[in-house]
Write a protein that binds this ligand. Sequence first.
Ligand SMILES: *Cc1c(COP(=O)(O)O)cnc(C)c1O
Length: 438
Amino acid sequence: MSAPHQPAHLDHSRSRRLLERAREVIPGGVNSPVRAFAAVRGDPPFIARGEGTSLIDEDGNDYVDLIGSWGPLILGHAHPVVTEAIIEAARRGSSFGAPTAAEVDFAEALVEAHPVLEQVRLCSSGTEATMHAIRLARGFTGRDVIIKIDGCYHGAHDALLVAAGSGVETFAQPGSPGIPAATAALTLTAPFNDLPAIEKHLQRQRVAAVIVEPVAGNMGCIAPAPGYLEGLRRLTQEHGTLLILDEVMTGFRLARGGAAERYGVDADLVCLGKIVGGGLPLAAFGGRREIMQRLSPEGPVYQAGTLSGNPLAVAAGRATLALLDEALYARLDAIGEALDAALRPDVEGRGLSMTRVGSMFTIFFRSSPPQNLDEVRECDLDAFARFHRAALDAGVYLPPAQFEAAFLPATLDDRALQRVIDGIRAALAVVDGAGQKD
Ligand SMILES: *Cc1c(COP(=O)(O)O)cnc(C)c1O
């Protein structure tokens, strides 16, 4: 293999000036922490616009976008059909705080698409969806304790922003100052892909719910080990505990029916977000009718939102979902397979590993693919940071942390795919020669 051309550093001067201004008025200059590129010790490009599968920054650099707004943009940026739907909806009024026909159509489409959903309620972010699902699970079971999987992310609210405690038997530690220890004490943690750890908890405590990302995407992409999801279903059923699949990332990403369809796994509740909103703020939670009927006003468990079911977000979601057919998922898998076939030899030949489930993938700076968060922590994070910078210079916009999955858009054409492959190859070569260069 000939040595790929080493990418030159891009000009980011306008982005840098914007970052300086931003830092004066916004903590860290960003409205969500991972955007700051801190994990790769870089400065983020400020984005001027998105066109299909490209992002163009304020300095005029363009990248193939493999973040897609952290998952939602399965159709790429400013898809004409989605854009039209939003504009049309805006002309009819942006918010009513009252029921609409469109949200009924949308809820019917969700229930039809996802095997776990019998009823669904809309909200505005994935954080809200998991927060409400946890309250509902507690209200339904009359139990307080929940189990979360170490390294899975479910949003930034108190019950789920916790880290594993030091001993195997301990409760979770608050994941941030400001989260009361008393709240964190109601959350138990277990490693991903570890059924005995779950079983031990369930035998000792009356647990309301286990919440899991069926394919982990927030510690890099980690597939469930064979039997893991089935085992969670069986164990939770045996103990009167609800199983909540957090499909905010995997829903409509891995199949129209999410990971539940792809792996044929059942659950009690499911959370959706990201793709369902077509790039606008929309999320949903739902599941078995018997459980959902406990929600206010039908039942006593309170949940609400001023902008829930917002007409613009519902229009974007409906337009997006209408385009997600079998052919699209077949194409998405084919793009993933082509990327995999092209890059895996380069990756593994360097003693690194690559994980991929459909259109989600991660290159881990570790020789074997990790099975859980502790194993992701063993990655060479310095090497990842150099790799990320070199990929950016080569025009490939990858998540700025080893602990995040990359997403392929279904609209990626052959030319853009080749640019991704060449760019990642060049970036891997830069990391190899890191002693001399950069
Ligand atoms: C992104 C994400 C969330 C949080 O969604 P927000 O819309 O950012 O609040 C929850 N769960 C999973 C699995 C996610 O990937």
